[in-house]
Structures are given as structure tokens and as C-alpha cells.
Design a protein around this ligand. Sequence first.
Ligand code: GTP
Ligand code: MG
Length: 370
Amino acid sequence: SESLQVGELAKKLNKETSEIIKKLMGLGIMATINQELDKEAIELIAADYDVEVEEEIIIDETEFENYEVVDDEKDMQVRPPVVTIMGHVDHGKTTLLDAIRNTKVTAGEAGGITQHIGAYQITNNGKVITFLDTPGHAAFTTMRARGAQVTDITILVVAADDGVMPQTVEAINHAKAAEVPIIVAVNKMDKEAANPDRVMQELTEHGLVSEAWGGDTIFVNVSAIKGDGIDDLLEMINLVSEVEELKANPNRTAIGTVIEAQLDKGRGSVATLLVQSGTLKVGDPIVVGHTFGRVRAMVNDLGRRVKSVGPSTPVEITGLNDVPQAGDQFMVFADEKKARQVGESRSKKQQDAQRKESSKLNLDDLFNQI
Ligand code: GTP
Ligand code: MG
């Protein structure tokens, strides 16, 4: 804050209010105890006591925490759904996403295991869908634990020959806790041992009852490898997303969440962001978690340079002073000075917290040695 009352200043300096009032009078300022002092007056008095004034920047953290920024209903426009594919190891998450994209991510991955969260967009019948490919459920869990809600729909992949496994159940629990609708993709239908009825039966025990059995969970039989059932699955995603009435205001400064981030030798800090509301533009002053900067360049999921992206769009940005974490929220500011202030304040807070944590650890180590 830029101003302080006389009484408050006296308290901060550990002096009598009357003494401060006298000093102010000496400076030609007639003041009462409740008088607001401007920055200049505060600095003059402080200098007189040999005290350095450190400006305290008050950051409205609720701006960050309160994700559901209230927008006028008339500004809201339909946005693409953000879909997360979850399921047990090897049940075919990446292969399914490949089938959807018609590309070969699996072939390029080391050992065929998902190394990072990819975020991609496809268009089906003129409607855009955003997909997140998660390595297991770690990313989903980390993001949720950090207060970020990025997923609109979960595709639960269950291999028809393997059935419900521990991570299938975990995925169901995550989706339920986040109140995200689930579409079940019964995969590997091409296999001889495929038994979709068994999958339905097992999922019933976890509260997912197929529409065919009088429940309200959508089941789609697919073969990711053969490409069977993919169109049906996409159709169902469009249907669920219509029911959910997903909307955002594209005409505001962008907010959203970090999907992944790393340090790149050539480009510095590189972060994949999911814009959740507003439009993100090159040149925007931005705070991302405890990092900040100006959006230097943006690259979309096809590796193409873009100048601006709207809601539900994943984009890779450069220009941050440091590497943020997955699940961090980002926010664009009207001017760079404000972004820097907020960024530096958050960075300092984070460092303080880390220092506290490490000194605690040191003490613990000490006690353990005794
Ligand atoms: P993680 O990322 O390690 O959790 O695995 P994932 O769920 O992404 O599975 P992935 O797509 O890597 O597939 C695992 C194995 O199952 C691979 O050998 C795939 O070729 C195979 N697979 C995936 N979908 C199908 C399918 O529809 N039919 C058959 N027969 N095999 C499939
Ligand atoms: Mg995978």
C-alpha cells in the first residue's frame, strides 16, 4: 500500500504518535493520529530515524485462488471440452490418443511409455476437442492437489481382456472427487480374450452402470489399434460436452493452468499452458505460479507459431524468468510492472517457504543425530 496513517507509522517505527506528529509539524505537515500520509512523507520521517522504507506490495491472492472468475453471462461463449484420458497401465491410453489424432506418438516415445503430458486439439464434425495425455494419474492428482481443475470430461480406458485394475479404480475415484463426467472406452476389442460384459459388470461395482443396463454411464467399445469405435467415442464426447454447457469469456485477459514446464537449453523456460478463459497473446505480461515475464513466443500443439489463443487451447510459451510447476495457475496483467511486482512477491514468498522448510529439515537432522 502506498499510504499509512500517522498512528500506524508510529507503531511501525516504535515511537510515540505525538513524537511523529511533532516531526511532521517540523516538516510543515499538520497531522492528526488518523491522518493518511503519502509515500513521500513516510519516507521523510523514516529517513529521520535512519529507517529504510521497504514498500510492501499487497497481492490479492484471491485473484489467483478464485478460479471461477465471475464473468457476465452475456460475454460467455461455448468453448471446447478439455478431455483427460485415464486408465490402468498398458490399457491403451496413448494408442487411443494416437488413433484419435491419427499420428504415432507411441512410436516416438522411449519404451512406449508416456514421458510427459501432451496436450492436443482435434476437430470432429467441426467441433474442437482438447485432449490431455497424462502419465498415469500423477499429473491429474498433482494438479488437483494444487487446486487446479482443468478436466471437463474423463475417458476411462479399460482393456477388454484385462478388466478393472487398481489404477482403473484410482482413476474413477479421482474423476468422482473432481465431479468430472466419465465416458468408458472399453479398449482392445480386437483381442480374442476381449470380454466387454465383464468390464461392465466390474465397473458396476464402482458405481459406473452402463446405459445398456439402465444406468447413465456411456460405454463405447473401441480398438485403438484398429481404429474401431473412435468416431462413436468422439460423438459421445461432443454429446457430453453439449450437456455440460462449457463456456468461457474469450474477451478478457487470459487465465489458466500449467500443464508442464521445463528448462530448454536454447529457449530457456518453456511452459505448456492451458488457457481456460480469455485470450492469451504474444507480448502479454504474465505471472505463472511464482514466475513472471512477457509472452515472447507461442507455439501450438502442431508446432506452429501463433499470435493469440482462446479458451481450452494448449500452447507452449517462452519468456518466463523461471520454470513454473505443473498445476500452477497463470494470469495475464494489464501492465508489465504489475506482473513483475506480483511475480517477485510470489517468488519471494516461495523462497521464504522453502527456506523455512529446509531449516526445519536441518533441525530434524540435528535431532536425529543426537
Ligand atoms: P502407459 O502410458 O504406460 O500407462 O500405457 P498406455 O495406457 O498409454 O498404453 P499404450 O497405448 O502404450 O498401449 C499398451 C500396449 O497395448 C501397446 O503394446 C499397444 O500396442 C497395445 N494396445 C493398445 N491398444 C490396443 C488395442 O486396441 N488392441 C490391441 N490388440 N492392443 C492394443
Ligand atoms: Mg501412455
